[in-house]
Design a protein around this ligand. Structure first.
Ligand code: SF4
Length: 206
């Protein structure tokens, strides 16, 4: 599910400083011509957050406001994501956030398989750079990378452990903007995260 188009005019958060470790990759993504989304984007939306974060959240694709700002999750679903992070004592300054595709699909349609495949090397490099201990997939497109063939309705909040990481599938925050009943479900899934963070040893030596 792609980020929702902006509703109303929420105050735009200040653009965060970019970790210098991202400079080369972000420049490459800014000029990327690898799929058709390059033709319709205002700008690409590479990701946001420290390259050394222990927790990485992976969404689907930029929406209208993200396409305007060049930052992921700054629209209505981003406000809900901030609320979810705050509910477990986290802020977006301490996590790394990216999407499966870095450019906005026109009309907020789903990304096509060819677009996901073309963009995958960027996500691979982001995961390699951050080397997170916990990955939270937001929505079915990022979920599919680690849980192929699964249904988000069936496995949300149920993690798998792979290669020294904990991968936790969650609904995309925008889902709660379409279906109000999912809001409490997503909150409940986020409430499980602190236990996984502890299990991963995050903060143990800090
Ligand atoms: S979505 Fe990814 S592969 Fe397609 S143009 Fe944007 S950065 Fe390149």
């Amino acid at each position: 599910m792609t980020d929702m188009p902006p509703t109303g005019s929420p105050a735009a958060p200040a653009s965060p400083a970019v970790d210098p470790a991202w400079a080369e990759l972000y420049e490459e993504i800014a000029d990327c011509p690898r799929c058709v989304l390059a033709k319709t984007r205002t700008q690409s939306v590479p990701g946001v957050g420290p390259s050394t974060a222990d927790i990485m959240l992976i969404g689907e694709a930029p929406g209208a406001r993200e396409d305007e700002r060049g930052i992921p999750f700054v629209g209505a679903s981003g406000q809900f994501l901030d609320e979810l992070l705050a509910s477990i004592g986290l802020s977006r300054d301490t996590v790394y956030i990216a999407n499966v595709v870095k450019c906005r699909p026109p009309g907020n349609r789903d990304p096509e398989p060819a677009e996901i495949e073309a963009c995958a090397p960027y996500l691979d490099r982001q995961i390699a750079q951050v080397n997170p201990k916990v990955i939270v997939t937001l929505g079915r497109f990022s979920m599919a990378r680690w849980f192929p063939g699964q249904s988000i309705s069936r496995i949300h909040g149920e993690p798998k452990r792979e290669g020294g990481r904990i991968i936790v599938p969650m609904f995309h925050p925008a889902a709660a903007l379409h279906r109000g009943d999912l809001r409490s479900v997503i909150h409940a899934d986020f409430a499980k995260l602190p236990a996984f963070i502890t299990e991963a040893g995050i903060g143990a030596s800090e």
